[in-house]
Design a protein around this ligand. Structure first.
Ligand code: COA
Length: 198
């Protein structure tokens, strides 16, 4: 990674940490402090220092092929994304950074309840890790929030994501065309829902 990227990341993380420290009294009451542990993963709240690891994931064109935005073009875009995760109100959000063996490998959760969103670094795909992370997230969200159901909005071409959700018990509720503009392209949606277990 070029030195300027590392330097910018350090500066951005430091400025983000300062901003958070300045706003500490209000945030201290509202911060998500939940940590979930699974056999292979730790799911924890985001930190300013997650910036570079997340940037590596959000600039991967293949991982971002069916995301709701194009791949991040610069570190500032990932910083804005991370800031929105850090600033989210735990009453409306239940989102986690996913760590494996101390490495940040993605995120899983609901940035805005009740919709799930998740992304893992490509070298981690196909090992059941997203399923493992989301099983923990789903159980926690239903335990911690009075929701009747979780929902998801998936690009119909995203076979991995659809298989993951259906494996978790999500059922398709409807489809719609040209629901979102991502860069220059309009994309379609499959809507899914997972009802609170009885
Ligand atoms: C979607 C994503 C999180 C899945 O991660 P993963 O760790 O590979 O998922 P898992 O290994 O837990 O596999 C989940 C299911 O998908 C299946 N699957 C794996 N690769 C697949 C493929 N190429 N096509 C179809 N299904 C596939 C698995 O068999 C598994 O199903 P099962 O539980 O019935 O065996 C990952 O591909 C990703 O980060 N994609 C980019 C971001 C993204 O698209 N997020 C979703 C936006 S809606």
């Amino acid at each position: 990674m070029p030195a300027w990227v590392v330097l910018s990341a350090v500066l951005l993380a430091a400025s983000l940490a300062l901003k958070i420290a300045a706003d500490r009294p209000a945030r201290a009451r509202r911060r998500n402090r939940t940590v979930l542990r699974t056999a292979r993963l730790v799911l924890r709240p985001a930190r300013p220092g997650d910036l570079l690891a997340l940037h590596a994931i959000f600039t991967d064109a293949e991982a971002m092929a069916y995301w709701s935005t194009p791949p991040h073009r610069d570190l500032a875009t990932t910083q804005a994304w991370l800031e929105s995760m850090l600033a989210a109100d735990p009453a409306e959000s239940c989102d986690f950074i996913v760590e494996r063996d101390g490495r940040v490998i993605g995120k899983a959760g609901c940035w805005r309840l009740p919709e799930v969103g998740y992304i893992l670094a490509r070298d981690q795909w196909g090992q059941g890790l997203a399923r493992e992370a989301l099983e923990a997230v789903v159980a926690h969200v239903f335990a911690a929030h009075p929701l009747a159901a979780l929902i998801a909005d998936v690009d119909p071409r995203n076979a991995r994501s659809l298989a993951l959700l259906k494996g978790l018990g999500f059922v398709e509720t409807s489809r719609a065309e040209r629901t979102m503009q991502v860069g220059e392209a309009w994309v379609d949606s499959v809507y899914l829902k997972l009802a609170r277990p009885a």
